[in-house]
Unconditional design. Structure first.
Length: 531
């Protein structure tokens, strides 16, 4: 357990991607089964511990210390796991000579019932040191927040065995923790695990953002252009009667879209965009959100927001893997295959006709549908390659919208940002002249440099007027405050927000220290964009 705790500590403090990869690979190489497998599952989010929830953890710690004092401590530290690991009272009588392994800890927690969960967790925390307590709490809460994505962890595993990460991703959904057969293969002790499960995920091909200088080297005749739709990238996979719907990260989201799943009556793998509405009347991303992240969807919601898939590519047809074929051939096969599918559930992503880049720029800037967020460029001769290779595919998104808003609230971040107020809620002016008030329109936690983060953090501390746990309200009126230039991809109407709007992908694009708060934008500016 101590090795896993040390790994988490070092990953949190390691700023570089390559440094994190080395730490992970060294851990997987030096730690025995099943501990390394459970560590991998925890990092990728595939470790399930149902007996303990964050609310239970809060209840346990407030039984052992004053709740107000715990609240102050949490506000100061900014991370629940770190706070609890530091304030949990040490009981010398509970300490044991044997430090449990990660596998033993996971085994006890997974074997515990909901009623036994608090007792099992208490015994583990009582017997552990601060670092081990921190690791145990991270396990049970499920949110490690160590700056490591699931794909980065899989890349580290691939580096261990000197194989392509795409091989790991294709096997992944047929494997279960603690992945003993996977590590045995990577270390040359066993054969490669067979694809034990059907309808497995194929690693998706991604695009690089195109830059102005790229057009000097690109020939328009080499590329097809198609619209980039504002939904979620999915992969519909069916094999031997097994049907799955994967997100771009390999998460099976089929349970939220039973209406689409019923229409998957083929043996093939389709790559495309999940949208709602109909092919002739595509709904907004806000409409799509009514279906996302649900364990079940009522017939009423299905009727109001029917799901369909706008198809980009055909990766496999029956037993034939098409990914090595050039895009031109895959597209021709897709155009023929799409005619055999339910037109209410599957349609073909149309091409954008162009001969010159300037012509495509005009189309990109004035798309025919508000749900289009740009264009995709795909080389006619490109195979379907996992990851983000430079050159075959580019994305050319519409220029973001910007608005000048006023900082209203700031919240502590997590992980390496837990010492800074790094999450910002901002608003614009609303109401009649002379009685204007700020109404929140969004929240952002990126887009600024480390140096700018320090500047904003100091501003928040110097201008706090109220505190609400880890959140601070800062001075923001017509005469004082900090104006932020906020970039965002789009707007949706929202009944949950006082302003009536919700931003898509907001980020801080510039700090406007020079701009008076009275000159920040009004809500009418955003409403005009909606209209």
């Amino acid at each position: 357990m101590n090795r896993f705790a040390e790994l988490l500590d070092r990953l949190v403090l390691m700023p570089s991607r390559n440094g994190k990869l080395r730490l992970l690979t060294d851990y997987f190489r030096s730690v025995e089964d099943p501990d390394r497998g459970y560590a991998l599952a925890a990092i990728t989010g595939d470790l399930s511990i149902a007996a303990v929830k964050p609310a239970m953890l809060r209840a346990l710690v407030t039984e052992r210390m004053d709740p107000v004092l715990f609240g102050y401590s949490y506000d100061y530290v900014g991370d629940l796991a770190e706070t609890v690991s530091l304030v949990w009272p040490t009981d010398p009588a509970a300490r044991v000579n044997h430090v449990p392994t990660l596998g033993e800890v996971v085994g006890k927690l997974q074997a515990a019932s909901r009623s036994d969960g608090p007792k099992v967790l208490t015994r583990l925390l009582d017997s552990a040191g601060i670092s081990a307590r921190f690791a145990i709490i991270k396990l049970v809460t499920g949110g490690l927040r160590i700056g490591v994505s699931a794909r980065l962890a899989k890349q580290a595993v691939a580096d261990l065995g000197r194989v392509d990460v795409a091989e790991i991703e294709e096997l992944w959904h047929g494997l279960t923790p603690p992945y003993a057969e996977l590590f045995a293969w990577l270390e040359g002790k066993a054969e490669k695990p067979e694809r034990a499960a059907k309808a497995l995920f194929r690693p998706v091909m991604l695009a690089h953002p195109v830059e102005d200088k790229d057009f000097e080297k690109l020939d328009p005749a080499d590329y097809a252009a198609e619209w980039k739709w504002d939904g979620i990238r999915v992969q519909a996979t069916a094999e031997g009667g097994v049907r799955r719907l994967y997100s771009r990260t390999g998460e099976d989201v089929a349970q939220a879209f039973p209406d689409l799943m019923e229409a998957i009556s083929f043996d093939a793998v389709l790559d495309g965009e999940l949208l709602v509405g109909s092919p002739n009347a595509t709904g907004s991303f806000s409409d799509l959100q009514q279906r996302l992240n649900r364990k079940s969807v009522s017939p009423k919601i299905q009727a109001q927001y029917p799901a369909f898939m706008r198809c980009y590519d055909l990766l496999q047809l029956g037993e034939e893997d098409l990914r090595t074929l050039p895009f031109r051939e895959r597209r021709a096969r897709l155009e023929a295959f799409i005619k055999t599918l339910d037109p209410a559930r599957f349609d073909l992503s149309p091409f954008v006709a162009f001969d010159r880049w300037a012509e495509l720029e005009t189309s990109r800037s004035t798309p025919p549908h508000p749900i289009i967020e740009g264009v995709m460029l795909k080389r006619w001769d490109s195979p379907y390659l996992a990851g983000r290779p430079k050159g075959p595919w580019f994305k050319w998104k519409r220029d973001p919208h910007t608005v000048d808003a006023v900082l209203m609230y700031a919240q502590r971040g997590h992980g390496k940002r837990s010492s800074f107020y790094s999450d910002y809620t901002f608003g614009v002016w609303a109401g009649p002249e002379g009685a204007e008030e700020l109404v929140p329109v969004g929240k952002a936690y990126f887009g600024f440099t480390d140096e700018e983060l320090k500047q904003i953090d100091k501003y928040v501390r110097d201008n706090t007027i109220e505190r609400f746990g880890p959140v601070r309200s800062v001075r923001a009126d017509r005469t004082a405050g900090l104006v932020l230039e906020v970039a965002f991809e789009g707007l949706n109407r929202s009944t949950r927000h006082k302003s009536g709007v919700a931003m898509r992908f907001p980020r801080i694009s510039r700090l406007r220290w020079d701009k008076p708060t009275a000159e920040a934008d009004r809500i009418e500016t955003l409403q005009a964009l909606l209209d």
